[in-house]
Design a protein around this ligand. Structure first.
Ligand code: SME
Length: 159
């Protein structure tokens, strides 16, 4: 069944607060993880006009590209490598104001200027990451961290 998201207006905080209940309703009744991660990527990109939004999922000793919205991206990232691999290794959110000065940053596109990566932690184990990229420098802050962490904490309960 197709559903629509009513794009939230206002501040970034208000947009997140409007979006999260809609995401929950969007995936309600759908048990397929790929479908749900794809729609969540699309909803985040559409709401905030981010450059790239997507998931990497842990498969063995690597993160493998999962559902995403945006330009073609690298497909495999080793633990500890890049922003995504660091968020996996350190089990914490990594917020990068300027990707050009992040040691080991993996540039999938030169257009991306700042980035936030949120680990998906299920029963203490990282099962993947949510990666969001922006065309603007320093586009992410504590509001993004807080709400994307909330989103990911809920997400792992339905994966
Ligand atoms: N920049 C990421 C790689 C993934 S792309 O941005 C989509 C990193 O350094 O891990």
């Amino acid at each position: 069944m197709s559903k629509e998201i009513a794009l939230s207006q206002g501040t970034k905080k208000e947009k997140y607060e409007g979006l999260l209940p809609q995401l929950i309703s969007l995936v309600e009744g759908e048990s397929d993880a790929t479908a749900n991660l794809a729609n969540i990527s699309a909803a985040l990109k559409e709401t905030f006009s981010f450059f790239w939004v997507g998931f990497y999922l842990v498969k063995g000793d690597e993160l493998v590209l999962g559902p995403f919205q945006g330009t073609i991206a690298c497909t495999r990232i080793k633990k500890g490598k890049g922003v995504c691999g660091k968020a996996w290794e350190e089990k914490k959110i990594i917020l990068v104001e300027d990707v050009s000065v992040f040691p080991g940053h993996i540039a999938c596109s030169s257009i991306s200027k700042s980035e936030i990566v949120v680990p998906l932690i299920q029963n203490g184990i990282v099962i993947g990451v949510l990666d969001v990229d922006s065309e603007e420098l320093a586009n992410f802050d504590a509001t993004d961290s807080q709400h994307l962490e909330e989103l990911c904490s809920w997400l792992v309960t339905i994966l």
